[in-house]
Design a protein around this ligand. Structure first.
Ligand code: GAR
Length: 202
C-alpha cells in the first residue's frame, strides 16, 4: 500500500469502459486506490488509449506471441514485478488465468461479470453470450457481479452485486447497456471496500 493507497493492476482485452470507471474513481483524491499498471493481452485496443490518456503505464502481453499458457503467464508476472501491486482487477480480460498464476496472487485478483453469478457464469460465458443466456432463460433480473477470482471460472466469492430488471422487449444490446452501467458503479465500490478492509487490518 504505497502512500496509503491500494496499488492496482487492471487487466483488459478491449474497450475498457470498466477501466475508465476505475480511472475516474481514482481521480478523486480521497479514493483509496491508484492504478499502477494497465495490462492488455491484445494490441491496439481502446482501453490502452484510455490508460495512456490518463498517464497510466501500460504493458502489452500478447498471448498470441507465446507458445504456452505458462509462458504467457510468466510474461504477465514479469510485467507486474517490482510495482508493489496489491490487487489485480480483471476488467473485460478475456483470458482464463491458471491455478498456478492465481496461487501466486491468492485473494488478490478480482473480476467483473455481467450477470448475477452464480447464474450465467463459467467458461464461454462472456459479453453478449451472457446477456443472450439471460434473455433465453426468462429471468426477470440480471445485473453485475464483482467477485474474487479462483481457478473455477466465475465461482469465486462474491464481493458485491447490483441488480437490474430484465424488461419486456429487451435485446442483448439494451440489457448489456443497463448492466454495464451498474458494473461501472460496482467496480469502484468493490475496490473501495477492499482498500478500506486492508487499511483496518494493516
Ligand atoms: C464487461 O461487461 C465485463 O463484465 C465483461 O466484458 C465487458 C468488458 O467491457 N466480462 C466478461 O464477460 C467476463 N466473463 P469493457 O471492456 O468496456 O470494460
Amino acid at each position: 500500500m504505497k502512500e496509503g493507497k491500494l496499488q492496482l493492476a487492471v487487466f483488459i482485452s478491449g474497450n475498457g469502459s470498466n477501466l475508465q470507471a476505475l480511472i475516474d474513481a481514482c481521480a478523486a483524491p480521497d479514493f483509496p486506490a491508484r492504478i499502477a499498471l494497465v495490462l492488455s493481452n491484445r494490441p491496439g485496443v481502446f482501453g490502452v488509449k484510455r490508460a495512456k490518456r490518463a498517464g497510466i503505464e501500460t504493458a502489452l502481453v500478447d498471448h498470441k506471441t507465446f507458445p504456452t499458457r505458462a509462458a504467457f503467464e510468466q510474461a504477465i508476472a514479469k510485467a507486474l514485478e517490482g510495482r508493489g501491486i496489491d490487487l489485480i482487477c480483471l476488467a473485460g480480460f478475456m483470458r482464463i488465468l491458471t491455478a498456478d498464476f492465481l496461487s501466486q496472487w491468492a485473494e488478490q485478483v478480482i473480476n467483473t461479470h455481467p450477470s448475477l453469478l452464480p447464474r450465467h457464469g463459467g467458461p464461454g460465458m462472456f459479453g453478449e453470450h451472457v446477456h443472450r443466456a439471460v434473455l433465453d432463460s426468462g429471468d426477470t433480473q440480471s445485473g453485475a457481479t464483482i467477485h474474487y477470482v479462483i481457478p473455477e471460472v466465475d465461482q469465486g466469492p462474491v464481493i458485491l452485486q447490483k441488480t437490474v430488471p430484465v424488461l419486456p422487449g429487451d435485446t442483448v444490446e439494451t440489457l448489456a447497456e443497463r448492466v454495464i452501467a451498474q458494473e461501472h458503479k460496482a467496480y469502484p465500490e468493490a475496490v473501495r471496500m477492499i482498500a478500506e478492509k486492508q487499511r483496518e487490518t494493516s
